[in-house]
Ligand binder design. Sequence first.
Ligand SMILES: [Zn+2]
Length: 254
Amino acid sequence: MLKFGQITILTAIVLLTIGVIDFFFEISPILYVTIFLLWFLIVALGSFTMRWRIFTAAVTKGGQTKKQVAITFDDGPNTEFTPQILELLKSYNAKATFFCIGKYLEKHSELAQQIVAEGHTIGNHSYSHATNFGFFRKKRIVEELSKTDALIKKLTGVKNILFRPPYGVTNPSIAKALKQTNHTVIGWNVRSYDTVVKNPSQVINRIQKRILPGSIILLHDTHSRCPEIVERLLQFLKKEGYQTVGIDTLLKKN
Ligand SMILES: [Zn+2]
């Protein structure tokens, strides 16, 4: 996929070329509008589709052929559900990755420590997870990321480099911020829709159909259905001979 700058330059070249042709042969204004709308549509869709990598590099799956997958949990830590999930992971001897929100790390520091002490990976999911995070300027994004990394370091001793953008949104401001902070952006290739689909069986079926070696699965440790989904998923992975590992292990190709 082309990068944002390339797409914009290409659109400008096409519009200029049409402008020149228009000088000799009359061209309908609709064509200009259509091309502009097409540019807008690609950029808007691209900001929600990390695997297109229009704005920034992002890891959305591991490259291995070995049967390993990474389960990732966003938006915690949560006092009710994170401990239940940690218990399940322990009983299946599975490791996972928790993309935590800074303000919750601050409130529930003991969970951050437990996550790391039990051998899981912790990552940065912004400080505020504000609904308008996608409209923040570079300076504010850098502040959010640095504040959360500092918290992770203070609470767990881990020097974090992993970042999952809130809502999976990337855009030019986030890309500029990431150039400064040097985080590795982690997306997913198995989206569970666990916060939207209320029936755990449907969520499990959706995940099972999509699992391949190297898959990165997106879940949220923030709702009452999550423990059941995790337990059934871990049973399935065990039966299929998959090892459940942290993102850092998944990214070491083997
Ligand atoms: Zn989130």
